[in-house]
Design a protein around this ligand. Structure first.
Ligand SMILES: Cc1cc2nc3c(=O)[nH]c(=O)nc-3n(C[C@H](O)[C@H](O)[C@H](O)COP(=O)(O)OP(=O)(O)OC[C@H]3O[C@@H](n4cnc5c(N)ncnc54)[C@H](O)[C@@H]3O)c2cc1C
Length: 327
């Protein structure tokens, strides 16, 4: 069965100012699009039916990667995941995670802006319109019930962006722009743990660039998925950490993706490992602590109990990656 796109206008402004003006149009429903690898399938399934798509692809300033004098790496929103994966200046863990997203064809179109602003996903909404109509539209779809947790008044759709998890672990920031001006915020502050209102920014704000500070520690990303390619993360664990000369951990960020509506910091586990050497016992306890904020639901591939169990397994393995050789 071919699913046709609904009719829409496709606009390709050449400056950020023009794009911001178009997005601020109060008369029409306007959506910004990067590579369209998520927006277009959603339009085909009638999850969204914007009257206008504003493409950022022709805005030169949004393409490319640069390193500033402090060593920070700035990645323009329209830079593709393939370009990031091939880059030799992007932090290694970020480039590797970009190479783990979807498939080569998708990475050639998909942009970092689209990945970081990726809509939340759920078994009950990422379906054809006829399926959703037959089963009853869910909360995120204009209905009044969350089919994942029918007694909840919250939407539990999942944040499934690989790069969001890694960018939070690396302490990145994002620059946003709109007709009201520009602001730079920590990327962690971009996300809400709410499947419907998953971004804190306004609908007419454009993510212009991601800034990753110069790393002076170790970082890793481990992704759980059924197949080695194409699949979204069922769980992503990103860790960045620094150690002193004696091997004592002096800084840690442990971030869990794919198990909530936003990337989640495992704060208790982070606090536990700081001031300690990462012995096997410390890794085991930190992994146990990291499962506490995780409340995966049965709304993606594999069961929630399995994914919760995998949090401790993956955190322990990821901590092993950053701990390196241990006594
Ligand atoms: C088969 C398949 C497998 C996939 N696997 C993965 C995976 O493993 N990991 C993963 O992370 N993703 C995966 N994806 C999802 C998606 O392809 C990627 O996340 C991709 O990086 C999205 O980028 P895009 O530029 O195509 O986004 P778009 O589809 O263009 O946009 C996505 C969202 O971001 C918004 N947006 C885009 N650019 C901006 C901007 N600059 N400022 C503000 N908002 C913006 C759009 O309005 C939209 O809401 C997969 C998709 C498919 C179809």
């Amino acid at each position: 069965m071919t699913i046709r796109l609904p009719a829409f206008d496709y606009l390709t402004p050449e400056t950020l100012e023009d794009a911001a003006q178009l997005l601020a149009d109060p008369e029409r429903s306007v959506v910004v699009v990067g590579g369209g690898t998520d927006v277009v399938p959603k339009m085909k399934r009638r999850q969204i039916t914007p009257e206008v798509l504003v493409s950022l692809s022709r805005i030169e300033s949004l393409h490319g990667i640069r390193i500033d004098e402090s060593g920070a790496c700035t990645i323009g929103a329209s830079t593709t995941l393939a370009e990031i994966h091939d880059s030799t200046v992007v932090p290694e863990v970020f480039a590797a995670a970009a190479g783990d997203v979807a498939s080569p064809q998708i990475r050639n179109s998909a942009t970092v802006g689209g990945n970081l602003c990726l809509d939340t996903r759920c078994n009950y909404i990422d379906m054809s319109d006829s399926w959703r109509q037959a089963s009853g539209y869910c909360l995120k779809d204009g209905g009044d019930t969350c089919w994942v947790a029918p007694r909840s008044n919250k939407c539990w759709a999942i944040s499934s962006s690989d790069l969001a998890t890694v960018a939070v672990a690396l302490g990145g920031s994002v620059r946003l722009t709109s007709v009201r001006g520009e602001r730079l915020i920590p990327i962690e502050a971009l996300y809400n743990n709410d499947g419907m209102s998953y971004l804190t920014c306004a609908a007419d704000e454009i993510l212009v660039e991601l800034v990753l500070p110069r790393g002076n520690g170790r970082a890793t990303y481990r992704k759980l998925r059924r197949r080695g390619s194409i699949d979204f993360p069922l769980l992503g664990v990103a860790i960045s950490a620094r150690f002193d000369d004696a091997g004592m951990c002096v800084f840690a960020r442990i971030v869990l993706g794919g198990i909530a509506s936003a990337p989640l910091r495992a704060i208790e586990a982070e606090e536990f490992i700081v001031g300690r050497q990462l012995t096997d016992e410390v890794l085991e306890e930190a992994a146990r602590l990291a499962t506490q904020p995780a409340r995966p639901q049965d709304n993606t591939d594999t069961g929630s109990r399995y994914r919760k169990w995998m949090v401790s397994v993956f955190v322990e393995r990821a901590l092993g990656d950053v701990a390196g050789d241990r006594a």
